[in-house]
Design a protein around this ligand. Sequence first.
Ligand code: EPU
Length: 425
Amino acid sequence: MDAFIIEGGNPLQGEVTISGAKNAVLGIIPAAVLCACSSKIENVPDIKDVNKMIVILEKLGAEIYREKDTLIINTEKPISYDVSDYEEETGQMRASYYLLGALLGRYRKAIVPLPGGCNIGDRPIDQHIKGFQALGATVVIEHGQVKMEAPELKGAHIFLDVVSVGATINIMLAAVRADGKTIIENAAKEPHIVDVANFLNLMGANIKGAGTDVIKIVGVEEMHGCEYSVIPDQITTGTYMMAAAATEGDILIKNVIPKHMEAITAKLSEMGVIVLEEDDGIRVIGKHPLKAVNVKTMPYPGFPTDLQQPMAVLMTIAQGTSTITESIFESRFKYVDELRRMGANISINSRTASITGVKALSATKIRTTDLRAGAAMVIAGLIADGETKITEIVHIDRGYENLQENLRNLGADIRRISEKDPACL
Ligand code: EPU
């Protein structure tokens, strides 16, 4: 039951280096089991979801060595395709669903518990299942487990009904080992889709078109190990950009791909923030008063849903009324009550939040409702007048490496405390 204590008011100054992308590496690690081989993966972030994925693969029989941000995954010896005993681990993250595609691709069979992850609305996996069925798998869901079997895995033409990051990656994972050609239409285009496809291609897969909405995959019989370095995390980068903007800071964010940040750079510039792009870095200089803006979350290259919560914090102190329309997940506004407790002026109408700027947020005790809401609470704490206590930060540890250390290095007054769960006393 760790909590953060933040004394707000310090502008962030200095440099921060971004770690590997959570949502890329969580597809890449399962991808490494697609053959009897050994792969080396660099720039792996030290976050809870990655650590859980490693534990699951070890329990299935993979040999994994880790040194700093490098992972070696060795699956030369066969591993199990049955994940049903590890419901506790799979239930704590969304990306456990990638074991379905990877194990189906390698063994033509997979038994994997239904995934967990942030509670941000209805999160069906019907498009994943539709894809696996099109490739020839029979899929049964019973007792909380997805059970799949495909005596033959055959390439297919799959049109996704919704643009889904998870379904696009999962179908790629299975299709790279199918017989013949698979075409995924209406595919997601996020940078992590391209990163997983690049990793698979280095393993010997034949994927073309990743990063566009039509991905073509010709299945291969053999794959092999490879060495790969994961791209920097777009959402972590955006979080630091917004923290700098909110605190009127001046920071250089290193190890980023500025192209991935265009939607965020554009919105921050519209608010009056100075954003300077470098080759592999971005400098952000916060200038207040911030101007009100309107944001609608969209699949990439649109404004990412994973950054609407930190963006909402900026809007709470911008001049005028801003709006955020959340078009990806139907209940990603649970954090709004916490911001209201800090004095924010926010009203919600269906999927749109209207936020009228106030002079300042006032410090109080708030809680984290999910991973990105947690990042938003931290930014709120950084700008509030006085001491903010943020509880349930376990959500933040799932996806941000060294958040507290990085912010301290940038001059923030933030510390972590451990508390006993009162219910356990
Ligand atoms: N959807 C369906 N059916 C499906 C799959 C998705 O209807 O079979 C719907 C969802 O309900 C949602 C939309 O399609 O309305 C998009 O969902 P998507 O599948 O793209 O999301 P996801 O795979 O569940 C990943 C990230 C999320 C991120 C979203 C959107 C991982 C592990 N998770 O989730 O990341 O918000 O894509 O970009 O990659 C986070 O990192 O905090 C996080 C929540």
